[in-house]
Design a protein around this ligand. Structure first.
Ligand SMILES: [Zn+2]
Length: 325
């Protein structure tokens, strides 16, 4: 009898456990899970020919591989193995703490994102000063390990957004709608700008435009990144020192954008020459690409930072709750 009661109790416990698991699963209780790649694993991952590799410009090839044409697969693996290091335990702890913070903040949103996010660590000085993403992975510079906790958590959240957004690539137009950007076909760069084009690994193709006012007229613009001069590692390694953040004026016909040419040159504009700030209400002065503005808005929200323009942030979070693959 006692044995039967024990069995019964065990059965009930098991049943409760199963129901609880099912309940949590049905409620979409999901946590961001990460894995720390070794240098060898990372090299195999990064050599993959994703949209970024396919869109690398002459400037990107120079800055990344010190080459003017795409190196062979073997050369790229060798490059990555040299530039990437295994994760020291101390660094893993700091990343884990930032992910725990992110998980706590997003736990009630029911977000849909990749099951695992690989983390790759660039050696000190080898990242050219930026964190970025490739496919579902976050590439993290060792230089960033000394950041204060709030900035660190914020950059992690920013990069997580890029992974999240790429996971929902087919629905990016919904994410960017609060910023008034609309989807077009992919921009073909005017040949005059091609040499100094910089590809953002987090938004490797330019296929969103925004209608702004410029000199009292309405005009479509697309955000692009141009280098101020060709990459020269002997003079300057830091990527952000080369970067100029521009709007390219475009005409859009049947969804296809083409650069506006004025006096024989593509018409380029700074944000200040348009009513961008009134239309988009950005919360930071970072890049003009809707992917980057959204990543900034999301990351400010994650760390409870001061948000001057709450509306686009609230709208973004509401859209994020609805995106399912
Ligand atoms: Zn970014």
């Amino acid at each position: 009898m006692i044995k039967n009661i024990r069995l019964l109790r065990r059965g009930l416990q098991l049943l409760t456990f199963c129901w609880l698991s099912l309940f949590l699963w049905a409620c979409g209780e999901k946590k961001v899970e990460i894995e720390f790649l070794t240098s060898k694993e990372a090299a195999q991952f990064l050599v993959h020919e994703d949209e970024y590799i396919q869109n690398m410009s002459l400037f990107d090839l120079n800055a990344t591989f010190g080459a003017s044409t795409m190196p062979s697969r073997e050369q790229r693996i060798e490059h990555y193995e040299n530039a990437i290091k295994d994760w020291p335990e101390l660094y893993q702890k700091k990343i884990n703490a930032a992910i725990a913070h992110l998980n706590e903040k997003i736990k009630d949103l029911g977000l849909d994102y990749p099951d695992k996010i690989p983390f790759i660590l660039y050696k000190l000085g080898d990242s050219r000063g930026s964190a970025y993403t490739r496919m579902n992975a976050i590439i993290w510079p060792e230089d960033f390990m000394l950041m204060d906790d709030e900035t660190f958590n914020r950059v992690i959240a920013h990069e997580f957004f890029h992974v999240y957004s790429r996971y929902h690539k087919a629905q990016n137009a919904k994410l960017y709608a609060p910023l008034h950007y609309q989807q077009t076909e992919v921009l073909t760069f005017p040949p005059a700008l091609n040499e100094l084009r910089i590809t953002n690994p987090d938004a490797p193709v330019v296929n969103y435009a925004i209608e702004l006012e410029y000199q009292g007229k309405k005009q479509f613009f697309m955000p692009i990144l141009l280098a101020k001069r060709p990459y020269d590692a002997t003079k300057e390694r830091w990527l952000f020192r080369y970067l100029s953040n521009k709007f390219l004026a475009v005409d859009i016909s049947n969804g296809v954008p083409s650069a506006v040419i004025k006096d024989g040159k593509p018409l380029l504009m700074l944000r200040e020459e348009t009513n961008f700030d009134d239309v988009v209400a950005p919360n930071t002065s970072y890049l003009l690409n809707p992917e980057e503005i959204s990543a900034e808005n999301f990351s400010l929200w994650v760390v409870d930072a001061h948000i001057p323009h709450k509306e686009p942030v609230d709208a973004l979070i509401e859209v994020m709750k609805t995106l399912k693959r």
